[in-house]
Design a protein around this ligand. Structure first.
Ligand SMILES: Cc1cc2nc3c(=O)[nH]c(=O)nc-3n(C[C@H](O)[C@H](O)[C@H](O)COP(=O)(O)OP(=O)(O)OC[C@H]3O[C@@H](n4cnc5c(N)ncnc54)[C@H](O)[C@@H]3O)c2cc1C
Length: 378
């Protein structure tokens, strides 16, 4: 996106990519449906960027969810909004959009050089294995530090750290939760916990979670990453649409002799995975209907933390905004701009990540154009 904006302003642009092909993570993101944005207003969208909201506000205002949709459609890729307001290309995967974008960049005169790993600076020049290049302006968009096999290995931290720029340590976000399950959970691995409320710290969501060999995965867990990574226990409300008294009444209506498991199934229609989770968190389950009702609404699952950084969908941490001017140019390195996931912001899944990367890429590209004395295109 930075290359696009620089080229549209009239600059001669070269993209250097370390991998044999570009945009590998973008393509990977498209494997399960490329969620480009959340179809929300700017005011609804902004708080999802947490502490970075203020810094990102002008960038997201300049390229919000509606702009992302128009951009994809402008590249000939129809989009649709799903039931949870998530926006996807009709083609679902990322490759048709990427191909159209690369064709457009080619028309704008952008050159793409692959297998070119930036290794740092030699004076003011950029050093690559094949030699050095001394551009008038540089935009770094080197990604975060997860799924390193796709290229974003975070190796740039050492080089930028040497410039004295403020960097926040990387932390996993949108990552699975590690939990060593008891043996009785084995038959339920692979099953989804649906229709529950999940909470941790002061975060709460009506998302889903899938039980995996190593713990819990899925959007509902990802939403809570910020709290879970500080060690907060996962709280599960198995019956978010009923209050304690309603649950108690239903439990009291089943035959007194019924086992707790039968009561949970018959009175509350809990499926086997929910019953198993209840037993995992609160064994032995209380006999009294009131206590059982309370327990089912506030199960506490302890855990061994988030999955390792490299397995996270995205990372928190990176170049801090205080190291950058309003155009995303490094204060310690005039003429060098930064964009995308390498900046210190985080957001839940739901399209906020790609939207944030596009918005900051566009902002940095336009700032870089102005730095060259060029007028960014409308
Ligand atoms: C499995 C998965 C699914 C996802 N799904 C979604 C989704 O549906 N919606 C969403 O919004 N987000 C999604 N994301 C997150 C999203 O893909 C990333 O946030 C986004 O791709 C980050 O873009 P970026 O350009 O900042 O970094 P990246 O996409 O990581 O690109 C950085 C590029 O820089 C290159 N590079 C790194 N170092 C160097 C160097 N020294 N020299 C030259 N090149 C270098 C890398 O090879 C890489 O190509 C998903 C992520 C994953 C892993």
């Amino acid at each position: 996106m930075a290359a696009q904006e620089l080229a549209r302003a009239g600059a001669l642009v070269t993209v250097f990519e370390a991998k044999p092909t570009v945009a590998r993570k973008f393509l990977m993101a498209g494997k399960s449906g490329l969620n480009l944005a959340k179809n929300e207003t700017f005011d609804q969208q902004l708080p999802h960027y947490f502490e970075a909201s203020a810094a990102l506000a002008p960038m997201l205002a300049g390229f919000d969810a509606q702009a992302v949709m128009r951009w994809a459609e402008g590249l000939g890729q129809a989009v649709f909004t799903g039931s949870t307001q998530r926006v996807f290309p009709v083609a679902m995967k990322g490759s048709p959009l990427l191909r159209a974008w690369l064709r457009y960049l080619h028309q704008l005169g952008v050159t793409i050089k692959t297998n070119e790993r930036w290794q740092g600076w030699q004076g003011t020049a950029l050093a690559f294995g094949s030699g050095s290049v001394a551009p008038d302006v540089t935009v770094l968009a080197l990604g975060g530090a997860s799924w390193s096999r796709l290229g974003s290995d975070g190796a740039w931290v050492k080089t930028l750290g040497e410039t004295g720029s403020a960097l926040a340590p990387f932390q996993p976000t949108n990552a699975g939760l590690c939990r060593a399950w008891s043996a009785h959970m084995a038959p339920h691995l692979g099953a989804a916990l649906k229709g529950v409320r999940l909470s941790a710290g002061d975060l709460s969501t009506r998302g889903e979670a899938v039980l995996s060999q190593s713990g819990l995965e899925g959007g509902g867990i990802y939403m809570l990453s910020r709290a879970l990574r500080t060690g907060a226990p996962l709280r599960i409300d198995l019956l978010p649409d009923l209050d304690v008294t309603q649950i108690q009444n239903r439990l009291e209506n089943v035959a007194r002799k019924a086992s707790t498991k039968v009561a949970l199934r018959k009175a509350l229609r809990l499926d086997p995975v929910k019953i198993a989770i209840a037993q995992e968190c609160a064994h032995p389950l209380p006999r009294s209907a009131r206590d059982l009702a309370r327990a089912l609404k506030a199960l506490e699952l302890d855990h061994q933390g988030l999955a390792p950084l490299d397995q996270a969908i995205s990372v928190a941490g990176g170049v801090q905004f205080e190291a950058l001017n309003d155009d995303l140019m490094l204060r310690n390195r005039p003429g060098v701009f930064c964009a995308g996931e390498m900046l210190d912001w985080e957001a839940p899944t739901g399209g906020y990540l790609i939207t944030g990367c596009l918005a900051t890429g566009r902002w940095a590209g336009r700032g870089a154009a102005r730095y060259l004395g060029l007028e960014p295109a409308d």
